[in-house]
Design a binder for this molecule. Structure first.
Ligand SMILES: CCCC/C=C/CC(=O)SCCNC(=O)CCNC(=O)[C@H](O)C(C)(C)COP(=O)(O)OP(=O)(O)OC[C@H]1O[C@@H](n2cnc3c(N)ncnc32)[C@H](O)[C@@H]1OP(=O)(O)O
Length: 359
């Protein structure tokens, strides 16, 4: 049944009453559908590249192309309905629920069968990690390190595992200017990677699709990496005028040998899941059609193993390396602080944001 004008107006009122901020992605989608439903296809001139907010709105509306007004109206009503029902009967487990509410805008965190699952949830941006999302991932990991689960899993929602750092992060320049931005980013990067280095329980990546940049490098700090055969592994640092992070400058040569690490980290060679497995970065590859079923069956079995034993084994395996990893992390973050101010990096970022280049 098609949504009536009355349904549409009721949905607009419901949006104003939402208890939880649905996040920028959803707000943009709502904006675009509203404009399409009321005015039809986008016919406004495109805002300038530095007019970020209006450009984001314009992009969202323009992306709807010639979607008919009635379909946009229906999609708007459906989206609002999904938001109201998810805020009423959310299956999302807030990790800090018993220590004060913790809510995430860019993650879905659930805890079940002894497993805490942290799912990247910005599928329309291919799960690119925004500044806020870095903070949320750190919070979710800290909560998971203290909860009752035995294993923690990181995965992605949608067709991508994660497209790495959100390149728009560098457009939000503080009053101190670009130098201050680079300094803040280096501190955040060091804290973010440090949280993975110090994570005390078995940490497993369930790589459901392509992985890019920092989402690949930190895999070297996971205890197991299961990948769909649709996944790819890509660290295009040189293409972006960058240098490695996530301790990959240390873990990758150790895992796959210096020559293979060079191909990935310097030349930006994209690996298939099979290649990444052959090089030791991935534990096992599964056909995409049975990936979720096979992996979760296995993880549920592992989660029943004695938790203290698993935690202590991880300490024995990893603790000797911790100091080294923190030193590598500090060095990589400091080198990147310089790289972010380089012409090579600024040009590559501007090219991506103005849509001249895609990897
Ligand atoms: C502060 C700590 C910093 C730590 C540093 C980390 C370094 C890295 O992580 S380097 C890697 C950075 N990532 C990239 O360079 C990936 C950029 N994205 C792409 O090349 C492509 O989007 C893609 C190959 C991942 C996917 O291409 P596809 O054609 O399938 O989809 P799109 O239409 O491009 O994507 C949909 C939508 O999402 C936006 N988007 C995707 N990835 C990012 C990203 N990393 N940053 C910002 N935005 C991203 C993309 O622009 C699209 O937006 P529009 O719908 O508005 O066009």
């Amino acid at each position: 049944m098609r949504a009536s004008q009355e349904d549409f107006e009721s949905a607009m009122n419901q949006v104003k009453l939402l208890k939880k901020d649905p996040g920028n992605e959803v707000k943009l989608r709502l904006y675009a559908l509203y404009k399409q439903a009321t005015e039809g296809p986008c016919n406004m001139p495109k805002p300038g590249v530095f007019d970020f907010i209006n450009k984001a709105k314009w992009d969202a509306w323009n992306a709807l192309g010639s979607l008919p007004k009635e379909t946009a109206r229906q999609n708007y009503v459906d989206l609002v309905s999904s938001l109201t029902s998810s805020s009423e009967s959310s299956t999302q487990v807030k990790p800090g629920a018993d220590r004060g509410q913790q809510e995430y805008e860019n993650l879905v965190v659930t805890s079940e069968d002894g497993i805490t699952k942290i799912m990247f949830n910005r599928p329309t941006r291919k799960n690119a990690i925004s500044t806020q999302m870095y903070q949320e991932i750190m919070l979710a990991l800290k909560a998971a390190s203290k909860d009752d689960s035995t294993i923690t899993v990181v995965t992605g929602n949608g067709d991508y595992y994660c497209s790495g750092n959100d390149l728009a992060n560098f457009t939000d320049i503080p009053p101190g200017g670009v130098e201050e931005k680079a300094k803040q980013s280096a501190i955040m990067l060091r804290d973010f990677v440090g949280t993975f280095i110090d994570f005390p329980k078995p940490l497993v990546a369930v790589v459901n699709g392509p992985a890019v940049g920092i989402s690949v490098t930190i895999l070297g700090l996971f205890d197991a990496v299961y990948a769909s055969d649709r996944a790819t592994f890509h660290t295009p640092f040189s293409h972006l005028g960058l240098s490695p992070e996530g301790c990959a400058s240390y873990t990758f040569p150790k895992i796959m040998g210096p020559a293979k690490a060079t191909e990935m980290l310097i030349f930006g060679k994209k690996l298939t899941a099979g290649e990444a497995c052959a090089q030791g970065l991935v534990t096992e590859v599964f056909p995409d059609s049975t990936f979720q079923k096979e992996v979760w069956t296995r993880l549920k079995a592992y989660s029943k193993l004695p938790p203290n034993s698993m935690r202590i084994s991880k300490q024995v395996i990893r603790n000797m390396e911790k100091e080294k990893l923190h030193a590598v992390n500090a060095e990589e973050s400091s080198v990147l602080q310089e790289r972010w101010l380089s012409d090579e990096c600024i040009n590559a970022t501007m090219n991506f944001l103005s849509k001249k280049a895609k990897l």
